[in-house]
Write a protein that binds this ligand. Structure first.
Ligand code: PXL
Length: 259
């Protein structure tokens, strides 16, 4: 028997039973990149493609227990956070990243669902920015989230650039702002402190669920594979574009990405 080595990525994220978003979508995305996925659920949701109908928190103690047991055994090559929900869980995640010297942290700073349900406590916004962003290799807010974290309107490409500069002051290495809707294109912006890179792709009609989760997971998988942040951005953008072009209707609500 040969001993085949696999790169490993961890997701710390909420559960979406429909699988369109949450750790279920993250794991499927890792798999598409041939990266072995491990997962720690941080919160449960009652959810379908039609929306989020309930949120059940997992205690800080139990999130911590899951992480301790797992990380004493396995060292991930990269990790991402999704819906952490409470300040306590954000703080425990930051402690864990520091304690285990975890590298290649990608933060998807989830704030609301596609249908407008709050996915983070009010105080959690400051905790994310102050405690977790400084530990990150990449943060991936969409334009709405970029606006929330910079207290400004983010609409134009100029706004996206200014918001990226401001967000980078939180201490993260790289900022990727997704989901600009400029000139009827899907515009994403990358900033690493030196270079801006703007990538545009066709905008697809309809409502999609889980785009942010899949994008951040694709970036994480690429970092686990050894790509740098800019290469990871380019590959993740291409991956999400293809997954949106071939999105599927699995229920009565939003389409899910074909991952
Ligand atoms: O797409 C953001 C998101 C992330 N994680 C979970 C979610 C959602 C949106 O509904 O439910 C668990």
């Amino acid at each position: 028997m040969t001993n085949v080595s696999r790169k490993i990525a961890l997701t710390i994220a909420g559960s979406d039973p429909s699988g369109g978003a949450g750790f279920q979508a993250d794991l499927r995305t890792f798999q598409k990149f041939c990266v072995y996925g491990i997962s720690v659920p941080s919160v449960l949701t009652a959810q379908s493609t039609e929306g989020v109908y309930g949120v059940h928190n997992i205690s800080q103690e139990f999130v911590s227990a899951q992480l301790e047991v797992l990380l004493k055994d396995i060292k991930p090559d990269a990790l991402k956070t999704g819906m952490l929900y409470t300040t306590d869980t954000i703080l425990i995640t930051a402690d864990t990243v520091r304690k285990y010297l975890l590298q290649n942290l990608v933060i998807d700073p989830v704030t609301v669902s596609s249908t407008g349900v709050k996915l983070i406590e009010e105080r959690g916004l400051d905790a994310l920015r102050e405690e977790l962003f400084p530990l990150a290799k990449v943060i991936t807010p969409n334009i709405y989230e970029a606006g929330v974290f910079t207290s400004r309107e983010v609409e134009s490409e100029k706004d996206m650039k200014e918001a990226a500069v401001q967000l980078r002051e939180s201490g993260t290495e790289t900022v990727i702002i997704t989901g600009g809707h400029l000139k009827h294109k899907a515009t994403d912006l990358f900033f690493d402190g030196e270079e801006f890179l703007v990538l545009e792709s066709e905008r697809y009609e309809g409502e999609f669920h889980g785009t942010g989760c899949v994008f951040a997971s694709a970036v994480t998988a690429c970092l686990a594979l050894g790509y740098d942040a800019k290469e990871a951005f380019i590959k993740a953008k291409e991956f999400v574009r293809d997954a949106m072009r071939t999105a599927v209707s699995i229920g009565h609500g939003m389409k899910v990405l074909n991952v």
